[in-house]
Design a binder for this molecule. Structure first.
Ligand SMILES: Nc1nc2c(ncn2[C@@H]2O[C@H](COP(=O)(O)OP(=O)(O)OP(=O)(O)O)[C@@H](O)[C@H]2O)c(=O)[nH]1
Ligand SMILES: [Mg+2]
Length: 301
């Protein structure tokens, strides 16, 4: 584990030159000690080049990974450098051991312009979001054009990670049906685009119309696109819509907005607070310890 500034600077420079093992190590170091290095390295804090962060979220099994692997192909065909940060609660993508017929990203295993990192639900430092929030910055400094971020749209943490995305697409399937109502509050609000996947399934068109009707009176206009990630239909339209957004660059100014800094600060402070709280709580063994804690907390509120 790198823990001094000189070797970190070396790692950063190698990652910037396209050295993939260096980027992998950089991500690991950021996951473990991100705040320290963010404070020391201005290029991490305010990168001169930004990767467009596309959040892809939605219910388990909606086809997010299949779609991401299609999108990687689309952007590679345009000559762009693509990163993927997948928060995968069920399967450790990084080890290539995927359950059942779940997608593998192995098509891109030898492509030096594609980098994929999968995180378990719990990062090595114990917090899911801590890793993603800190790691995603590496893709800016390493000269990526696009970073795809995959999360299951069910947990609060998974949702909050989407606050660092420049664009959020929600992937749903005809089977999601009533599930749309049950989706995590807040998820529908941050979505810019709804992707109805599994267009090859019978009810896809009807589901798309229902979704469009449900969104009709929304304050902000949002599109619904129908695709089949498995068969490829509609994928180039989706890629084009995302690419159009990427090249407008309007998302760049949002990166330095107060709202964005606050979202990121909130997430990292919560992680820090939780860690401290757990450590403090583990010291409480007796009624007297507990009473002492209550005295500490008397300024509650
Ligand atoms: N029929 C059909 N099946 C699809 C389509 N896209 C994905 N699938 C299948 O749906 C299953 C789940 O696909 P994934 O891409 O792993 O879905 P996911 O949303 O990443 O799943 P989790 O990461 O586990 O939440 C796989 O069996 C895919 O082959 C599609 O367009 N049509
Ligand atoms: Mg997946």
């Amino acid at each position: 584990m790198t823990s001094n500034s000189a070797s970190f600077a070396q790692l950063l420079s190698s990652a910037q030159q396209g050295d993939q093992p260096a980027l992998a190590r950089l991500l690991t170091v950021l996951e473990a000690e991100g705040p320290k290095y963010l404070a020391q390295f201005p290029e991490l804090l305010s990168p001169s080049r930004l990767a467009f962060r596309v959040g892809i979220t939605g219910p388990p099994g909606a086809g997010k990974s299949t779609l991401i692997s299609r999108l990687i192909g689309e952007w590679r065909a345009r000559g762009l450098k693509v990163g993927v940060l997948a928060v995968d609660p069920s399967s450790p993508f990084s080890q290539g051991a995927i359950l059942g017929d779940r997608i593998r990203y192995t098509d891109f295993a030898t492509d030096r312009e594609v980098f994929i990192r999968s995180l378990g639900t719990r990062g090595s430092t114990g917090g899911l979001s801590a890793s993603a929030w800190l790691m995603v910055r590496a893709f800016d400094v390493a000269g990526f054009d696009v970073v795809l971020m995959e999360t299951v749209g069910v947990g609060q943490n998974e949702l909050e990670i989407m606050n660092v995305a420049d664009h959020v697409s929600v992937v749903l399937t005809p089977e999601s049906g009533d599930g749309v109502q049950g989706m995590k509050a807040g998820l529908m609000e941050i979505a810019r685009l709804f992707v109805v996947n599994k267009a090859d399934r019978p009810d896809a068109e009807r589901f798309q119309r229902e979704l469009e009707a449900a969104l009709e009176y929304d304050a902000q206009p949002r599109s619904v696109l129908r695709v089949s990630a498995l068969h490829g239909s509609g994928v180039s339209e989706l890629a084009q819509a995302l690419e159009t957004e990427r090249v407008t660059k309007t998302w760049m100014s949002a990166r330095t907005s107060a709202a964005r800094f606050q979202a990121e600060a909130r997430a990292l402070l919560m992680i820090d607070a939780e860690r401290k709280a757990r450590a403090r709580a583990s010291q409480i063994e007796t009624a007297a310890d507990f009473a002492a804690l209550m005295r500490e907390l008397k300024a509650w509120n």
